[in-house]
Design a binder for this molecule. Structure first.
Ligand code: BDR
Ligand code: CA
Length: 331
């Protein structure tokens, strides 16, 4: 059997972040050794509260480290409460006392500490604005060599953006950190809107799963997904009461890269102006552009361009339906 992927999960939970976290915890080939949090869908404090809550109610004591509260340079905006709820989990009517406390180290410090402790072993899966990775790179410039690889949910190449005609939310929230990440030189893959807009799931699926499993973690997820689907069905009514599974696809790529068609090339991020947050990819390759910033020596990124939707949905279902939850805390 394939050795487990040792993963640090960098996240801003967030409804699809919660789906991704549970997929990762449920998948037999993934070992989530830490969760690091950042602002994005919610404030960083709320993201930490949610990461602790989601892991603890599912019966896990995975370490959680709190990270970036604001973007590296950009003026911070307001979290999108209309998409994820003011609490990031669809405005849960109540929460049990699930316990748990964040680490004393910041997310960036924690990432560096773990990367040094397990050189070449850790995959960083980041599904949020990239401030923690940017800060970690400043603390340890050798980080790209210490991590095994980085998989990001973020950006878009051909698909229209979701916060502007050209920008995806995670990159747009902190474009300066994102451009640092794209030029740092790690083994980097991005799973962006080109593929995440091809995979959606209904609120009815999560409701059925929760009914079958009778577990607080899945009741919580189903509540959150229902709220998220209210938003997506208002802008994409043709999908039904459904939502895109953005962040989950980063883990799907990690365990089954063969479900994706990819292209490799240099990717940069626009950090100013009307195109702020746009991920620009050199799709031709080999052209000696005269423009500074596109030198042939710049690091390359693997970009997911197409996905096998049916196989992805089956993998998500098989994984979440497995026997992975510890006994439930009661509501
Ligand atoms: C990304 O933005 C966030 O709102 C989601 O959690 C996901 O990480 C999708 O653009
Ligand atoms: Ca996210």
């Amino acid at each position: 059997m394939q050795a487990k992927h040792k993963v640090i999960f960098d996240t801003d939970p967030g409804v699809d972040d919660a789906m991704a976290l549970y997929f990762a915890m449920a998948h037999p080939e993934i070992d989530v050794i830490a969760v690091t949090t950042t602002f994005g869908n919610v404030t960083v404090q709320q993201a930490t509260t949610n990461a602790l809550y989601l892991t603890r109610i599912a019966g896990s004591d995975i370490p959680v480290a709190q990270g970036a509260a604001v973007p590296m340079n950009k003026t911070p905006g307001q979290p999108p409460a209309f998409i994820h709820g003011a609490d990031g989990l669809g405005n849960l009517p109540s929460r049990v006392d699930a316990g748990g406390q964040a680490q004393e180290l910041s997310a960036a410090e924690y990432i560096v500490k773990m990367a040094r402790a397990y050189p070449g072993e850790i995959t960083l899966v980041a599904v949020a604005p990239l401030g923690n990775l940017g800060l970690a790179l400043r603390l340890e410039p050798n980080l790209p060599k210490l991590l095994k690889k980085v998989v990001l949910m973020g950006g878009t190449v051909l698909e229209p953006g979701n916060v502007s005609p050209v920008a995806e939310a995670n990159i747009w929230n902190d474009p300066d950190s994102a451009d640092l990440v794209f030029t740092a030189g790690w083994d980097l893959a991005i799973v962006g809107l080109d593929v995440t807009h091809r995979v959606w799931m209904t609120s009815a699926y999560f409701k059925d799963l929760a009914a079958k499993k009778k577990h607080l973690a899945l009741d919580t997820l189903s509540h959150a997904v229902n709220f998220y689907c209210d938003f997506y069905s208002s802008i994409r009514p043709e999908l039904g009461h459904a939502c895109f599974c953005h962040d989950v696809l980063a883990f799907v790529y990690l365990v089954k890269p063969e479900l994706f068609k990819t292209k490799t090339g240099r990717v940069r991020v626009a950090t100013e102006g009307i195109g702020n947050g746009q991920t620009m990819m050199d799709r031709h390759g080999g052209i000696p552009y005269p423009q500074a910033g596109w030198e042939a020596t710049r690091p390359q990124t693997v970009v997911c361009m197409e996905v096998d939707t049916a196989a992805t949905l089956k993998l998500i279902d098989d994984t979440l339906s497995g026997d992975w939850l510890k006994p439930s805390l009661t509501a």
